[in-house]
Every structure is written in structure tokens, then in C-alpha cells.
Design a protein around this ligand. Structure first.
Ligand SMILES: *[C@@H]1O[C@H](CO)[C@@H](O)[C@H](O)[C@H]1NC(C)=O
Ligand SMILES: *[C@@H]1O[C@H](CO)[C@@H](O)[C@H](O)[C@H]1NC(C)=O
Length: 182
């Protein structure tokens, strides 16, 4: 017969297991609520402040989850507090979520996403001083080697580093999203 004491032990062990697998270490499935929402942040900068970001398809329809095998547009409400930005170097770092170890793993991008000319890769230049809506096109469809690395319906992190070539100022924007690959 199962004693009360044994039963209690089982219950304690079970709640400990539940706490360890969810509460204590957080839910490792979709980081930062990416199952339902686009997550982003911008590193502090004295020349640029982003207030909001959302994603759309090329027709301007809000899109979430995002589709990484098609061009997508990040719509930023941002303020350039420094001088007009007319030459931009763009570097994109891509990482996939490792749900087993609860961390991001950087993916190799074969140099395809580094040292790009931002003005011919998705941004309309020049970007004047002041508050404005900036549309940034992200198009991996031309990089099949990168699309081939991606799993359908998984969390991805894309970190954009935009460097004003004339001043050297860097704008670092990190986004995390649930992505589908068609
Ligand atoms: C979640 O987002 C915050 C910023 O909002 C970031 O500091 C943190 O590293 C992110 N967590 C993961 C697991 O990516
Ligand atoms: C950006 O967002 C702020 C706060 O919601 C708003 O006042 C401003 O008009 C927006 N800027 C543009 C260019 O839409």
C-alpha cells in the first residue's frame, strides 16, 4: 500500500520536476514570446533611436510569423538625432534557437550578409535627420545557401548592424521572430 509519506514524496518530486522544466529556467520553446509576437530592441545610440518596429510583406500587409524565404519589410518609427545618413554599411548576423540548451546558435552566412551596401540592400538613402518611418527590406530569397540552413516554423534572431560610413557611428538592431520557410 502506498503510504501518505511516499505519496507526499512523489508529489514533491513531481512539483520540483515541473518547476525545473518550466518555471525556474523559463520556457525554452519560444524565446521572448516569439510564438505570437515580434521581439526587438536597439542598442543605446546617441545618433539614432528606434521607437517601434513591425513587419509586413511587400504589399504592406502586417506579417507574423515572418516568411524568411520571401522579401519582408521591417517598418521602423525612428529618429535620426545625428547628421543625415547617406552611406551605410550593413552587416546581418543570423542565429537559430536551440530549445534543448535554451540559447541562440550563430549560423554561418558565408560572408553573404556582411559588408553589404545598405543603400542598395533594402534602405532608401539618404536617411535625413529627424523622426520618420524607415522601411527596411530584408530579402534572403536571393541567398538560397542561407535559406537552405533554415527550418520551417522556428525562432530566429537577426541582428542588423548599420554603420554610417562617413562618421563610423553604429546602429545595432536585434530582432527575434518566429519564421516560416516556404
Ligand atoms: C530577450 O530580449 C531581451 C531584450 O528585450 C534580451 O536582452 C534577451 O537576451 C532576450 N532573451 C533571449 C533568450 O534571447
Ligand atoms: C512615431 O511614434 C510616435 C509615438 O507614437 C508618434 O508621435 C510619431 O508621430 C511617429 N512618427 C511617425 C513619423 O509616424
Amino acid at each position: 500500500m502506498c503510504s501518505f509519506k511516499a505519496m507526499h514524496k512523489i508529489l514533491v518530486a513531481f512539483s520540483l520536476f515541473a518547476a525545473l522544466s518550466s518555471g525556474v529556467f523559463g520556457d525554452c520553446t519560444w524565446p521572448n514570446g516569439t510564438d505570437t509576437t515580434f521581439h526587438w530592441w536597439q542598442d543605446a545610440s546617441s545618433v539614432f533611436t528606434t521607437y517601434s518596429v513591425y513587419t509586413t510583406d511587400t504589399s504592406g500587409n502586417p506579417e507574423y510569423p515572418i516568411h524568411l524565404s520571401l522579401p519582408l519589410i521591417a517598418v521602423l518609427n525612428a529618429t535620426v538625432t545625428g547628421s543625415t545618413i547617406s552611406q551605410i554599411r550593413e552587416d546581418i548576423a543570423l542565429a537559430e534557437w536551440d530549445a534543448t540548451n535554451c540559447k541562440w546558435n550563430t549560423l554561418p552566412t558565408f560572408g553573404l550578409l556582411n559588408n553589404l551596401d545598405g543603400c542598395t540592400n533594402g534602405l532608401a538613402c539618404p536617411i535625413p535627420t529627424g523622426n520618420q518611418i524607415i522601411k527596411m527590406t530584408v530579402d534572403f530569397s536571393k541567398f538560397q545557401a542561407i535559406i537552405n540552413l533554415l527550418k520551417n516554423d522556428a525562432p530566429y534572431q537577426l541582428q542588423f548592424t548599420l554603420t554610417n560610413k562617413q562618421t563610423g557611428d553604429k546602429i545595432v538592431l536585434t530582432s527575434q521572430a518566429r519564421a516560416e520557410i516556404k
